[in-house]
Design a protein around this ligand. Structure first.
Ligand code: ADP
Length: 324
């Protein structure tokens, strides 16, 4: 392996820059050339490349988003698109890739690897924490910290006005962000797609908490939750059946995806970047770097994208106890 291409793809997440930096610096350390590929697979198809050395990644460890930009690219789903990408990589002398992204990006990498036997290692970058083979994806820790901070602020208003707040958080079709911030911010209820509580039981629970003397409440709702059609329907339902509550909705949206990465995500990104480059130089391919029990591990990409991480049952139990 003489020249490694690194790119970010799919949704951005805090810690992607720290991972780019780690890949570039490890290449410099091990005396392998490194090329940044802009806008993910789109830039591969358009030959949007830039050689990177240790100094190209100064002052980015603390930045959210990705300096290499990210994109979704439909052309890469076609054989012609991938052929173009392959020809461009060969013309540039790139002989291995590090992809930083989510399961969609990994699927693309796997398809490409199968067609061209191109060495690829993945680094999981998504705030959703929905990838098998790692207890943490890059950005999850930062996003949960961001959300907890905001819910703390919402709580000030909730308790001052005796209000009930439904707070919708990101996570696509999984509830990891919701469950963690729910416990971390002391939510009254946490609605996640993995466990459908049902509208009736939500109502019962809110009634109980009102009886027990609580005057305000925070209910964290994962965006993929199906208890109601959406979070506004939940508000209408509760207002109709439990008029004692003044209900508000807050949909947090994209502020959850940005911001400076936490120390945890920066350290994780650094460790993953080193492992990714070292693995390629050891001749490994088609693996994703992960962290399990604080050890940096490799999982076949095929496994990483198939199995979703399971929701933490122990955390659900803890949450149940905390809301007594
Ligand atoms: P994420 O990596 O965050 O899950 P996406 O699901 O949008 O993001 O995937 C990112 C990109 O990966 C897509 O825009 C596409 O270019 C590529 N990709 C995803 N699935 C495939 C596939 N089955 N074949 C080829 N490329 C794919």
């Amino acid at each position: 392996i003489k020249k490694i291409g690194v790119f970010t793809s799919g949704g951005d997440s805090p810690g992607m820059n720290a991972a780019i930096r780690a890949v570039v610096r490890t290449c410099a350390y091990l005396k392998v050339d490194c090329v940044g590929i802009y806008r993910g697979y789109q830039g591969m198809i358009e030959a949007d490349f830039k050689p990177m050395d240790a100094r190209s990644v100064n002052n980015i460890i603390n930045k959210g988003g990705t300096i290499l930009k990210s994109a979704r690219c439909d052309d890469f789903r076609t054989a012609e698109g991938r052929k173009k990408a392959y020809d461009n990589l060969i013309a540039e002398g790139i002989d291995a890739l590090v992809v930083i992204g989510g399961d969609g990006s990994f699927t693309g990498a796997m398809v490409f690897n199968k067609e061209y036997d191109f060495p690829i290692i993945g680094i999981p970058g998504t705030i959703d924490n929905d990838i098998f083979g790692t207890s943490n994806t890059l950005g999850f820790d930062t996003a949960t910290n961001t959300v907890v901070e905001i819910i703390d602020k919402i709580r000030d208003t909730a308790s001052s006005h005796n209000r009930l707040f439904f707070v919708e958080v990101m996570g696509r079709d999984v509830g990891h962000i919701a469950l963690n911030v729910g416990v971390g911010a002391g939510a009254e209820e946490i609605l996640i797609p993995e466990e459908n509580l049902g509208l009736e039981r939500l109502l019962e629970s809110l009634k109980r908490s009102k009886k027990s003397g609580k005057s305000s409440s925070i209910v964290v709702v994962a965006e993929g939750d199906k208890t109601g059609e959406n979070v506004f329907e939940l508000k209408d339902y509760v207002e109709k059946h439990l008029p004692i509550y003044d209900v508000r909705v807050s949909v947090l949206g994209h502020l959850q995806r940005g911001g400076a990465p936490s120390c945890f995500d920066r350290v994780l990104a650094s460790r993953m970047g080193v492992k990714a480059v070292e693995s390629l130089l050891e001749g490994k391919s088609n693996f994703m770097v992960g962290i399990q029990n604080n050890e940096i591990t490799l999982t076949p990409i095929s496994k990483a994208i198939k199995g979703h991480t399971k929701i933490d049952k122990e955390l659900i139990r803890v949450s149940d106890i905390m809301t007594t």
